[in-house]
Design a protein around this ligand. Structure first.
Ligand SMILES: O=C1O[C@H](COP(=O)(O)O)[C@@H](O)[C@H](O)[C@H]1O
Length: 264
């Protein structure tokens, strides 16, 4: 089992006056990384969350980003997905498709949704097999450090309880350290059946933007960005990159309980 990651220092965090400013900055950050990875290796592997994150990506759909990004080089994945049909209101794929993916020319073959005909176990196995195939075709790289897939950018949200992906506080899945993709049938947040990337995959990323807005999340942000040692950290506090860059994008409401909350 993985040890609970304890940070020695606070990760980088940027506080914005409001969600509008955050969204603009997130678009530039994402576009700059797209340009870097397309130049360096001809592809950009991007992992999306569900929830409010998708709305915060809206500025990518506007000038100058929408015209300058090489969308054809993007490969899009989900850090977690609800095991429902792709046209179900709870589907993270549907949320991203309706609000973002249907508005940009990413080739449909580069959008890796789950197989919604399978059980949670089957869908997790199938998604992991898909990732392994993409390693063979060199779309996806492996971490030299631990052999887990290394995505270029993960765009993560966080729930008010401090969960990330479908990794919930106190749930044994936070300790999974073998699988790339696993499943949960008792998610405390509905719907109960989901698949999720595991922490070794999340923590092998090159870049992570942890995007959090609103006062409902303020206590979890305060907890997760603290450096106090605890044997039972929030999942959001377990996002930690040894060989990558983690940046928290916060609005003033989400940062309201932090001491250093000077905003841009
Ligand atoms: O259930 C989920 O919740 C989290 C957080 O969502 P938010 O609406 O509070 O931002 C999300 O990141 C995850 O992908 C989703 O499945």
């Amino acid at each position: 089992m993985a040890e609970a990651s304890i940070r020695s220092e606070k990760p980088k965090h940027i506080v914005f006056k409001g969600e509008e400013e955050l969204s603009k900055s997130l678009a530039k950050y994402t576009a700059d990384l797209s340009e870097k990875f397309v130049r360096e290796r001809g592809a950009f592997t991007v992992v999306l969350s569900g929830g409010s994150l998708i709305e915060s990506l809206r500025k990518l759909l506007e000038a100058p980003f929408v015209d300058s990004i090489e969308w054809a080089r993007w490969h899009v994945f989900w850090v977690d997905e609800r095991v429902v049909k792709k046209d179900h209101p709870d589907s993270n794929y549907k949320l991203a498709f309706d609000g973002f993916l249907s508005k940009v020319p990413i080739p449909p073959g580069h959008v890796y949704a789950i197989n919604d005909a399978l059980s949670p176990e089957g869908a997790a196995d199938d998604y992991e097999a898909c990732l392994r195939q993409l390693v063979k075709t060199e779309v996806l790289e492996l971490s030299k450090d631990n052999g887990f897939p290394k995505f270029d950018l993960m765009l993560l949200g966080m729930g008010p309880d401090g969960h990330v992906a479908s990794l919930f506080p106190g749930h044994p899945l936070v300790k999974e350290n073998q699988r790339w993709v696993t499943f949960i049938k008792d998610s405390p947040k509905p719907p109960p059946q989901r698949i999720t990337f595991t922490f070794p995959v999340i923590n092998s990323s090159s870049y992570i933007a942890q995007v959090v807005c609103g006062s409902n999340e303020a206590a979890a942000v305060h907890n997760a960005l603290g450096t106090e040692k605890t044997s039972d950290p929030l999942p959001a506090a377990m996002v930690t990159l040894k060989d990558g860059e983690l940046t928290w994008f916060l609005d003033e409401a989400a940062a309201s309980l932090l001491q250093d909350k000077a905003s841009l």
